[in-house]
Design a protein around this ligand. Structure first.
Ligand SMILES: [Zn+2]
Length: 62
């Protein structure tokens, strides 16, 4: 099961949309390049298992 969620780029602050695979667990992290400035953001994704609300924190890579 996959859903979309928004995060804000840690570099330029623009809103991005990412696909989250809900079957991959309630805590996930991976690197995704910003769709605006192409710089790599580390995403820390937390899924609420009851409501399926998604919370995303972003960090600079490196
Ligand atoms: Zn950006």
């Amino acid at each position: 099961m996959q859903t979309t969620a928004e995060f804000y780029c840690a570099y330029c602050g623009e809103e991005n949309t990412t696909f989250v695979d809900l079957s991959a667990g309630s805590y996930q992290s991976y690197v995704e390049d910003c769709q605006v400035c192409c710089r790599p953001n580390i995403l820390y994704i937390q899924v609420d298992e009851e409501t399926l609300d998604i919370d995303i924190q972003t960090e600079y890579e490196g």
